[in-house]
Write a protein that binds this ligand. Sequence first.
Ligand SMILES: [Zn+2]
Length: 317
Amino acid sequence: MRVHVIETGRVQIKASQIVGQGRGLRRRLAPLSDTQWSDWLPVNAYLIEHRDGVILVDAGASAGLKRLPRWHPYFRLCVRFEIEPEEEVGPQLRALGVAAGDVRRVVLTHLHIDHDGGLGHFPNSEISVSPGELRRASGLAGRLRGFLPERWPKAFAPKPLLLDDGPYGPFPQSKRLTADGAIVAVATPGHTPNHLSVIVEDGDRAAFIAGDASYNEAAMLAGAIDGVSDNEPQATATLAAIRAFAASRPTIYLPAHDPDSAQRLAERRPVCVGQSITACAAASRDAAVAMAFGERMSASSGKAQSEIKVMSRKSFE
Ligand SMILES: [Zn+2]
């Protein structure tokens, strides 16, 4: 089984959207007046090759996002995209040798505009969306909330993804997406109330495809909620659940907009949390220790990589 990162252009948002400032409504309005823009951040979708077929998690941005409705203050003041048509997910998959028809299923973490933008490339794939997310994103109320339902493909008829398989680790709701149970959708509410993430089990490791559960790994580790979530206790509980999961097994954390996601995936570098936190702290205090730790990490990730190669051969034989 293999996971690929597909960068569909870049986005700039406000610093106070990445890590919320203040509380409640003030936190959610802060990006409108914030003058501090982020760096250009990737807009990642993730492709999972599995023996049951190819699964795409999120459809990324589209070149159409360079033109956004001016009437909406968020679109006018808080977000900028940089993406050419050939950077959309469809052309990039073709370059990887994957035809749109090979994508059995597209699972959307949520319906924000840079996650559903590339849906038009997959007219024949099953599109899986949380029914609650679809309700919140539809119609005029959805447009007011900052979704773009008017840009969904005409034939957009997603299948409701019900997380009705019971708890999975620290996550109270989940759904196994493959017959072998190795790919699991889990509820990660916060950024949106019905946001979900996708966990890919690979032996004793896992990749955690996080959507916008947090904008980066540091925010998740710090339990710092973003400037978007409308339920602070819920968002805080989700970040705590992700940390608990990452402490339970080596977990590569892959949010959609973390500039380090691609590098972590390439190196199979897990989150530093729980048991290993003392080692991480020691490493950052002492350069010599840090170097030794780095060597151990790369040695162990080398081993993991060869295990993954064996697994992927098994998967496709
Ligand atoms: Zn989002």
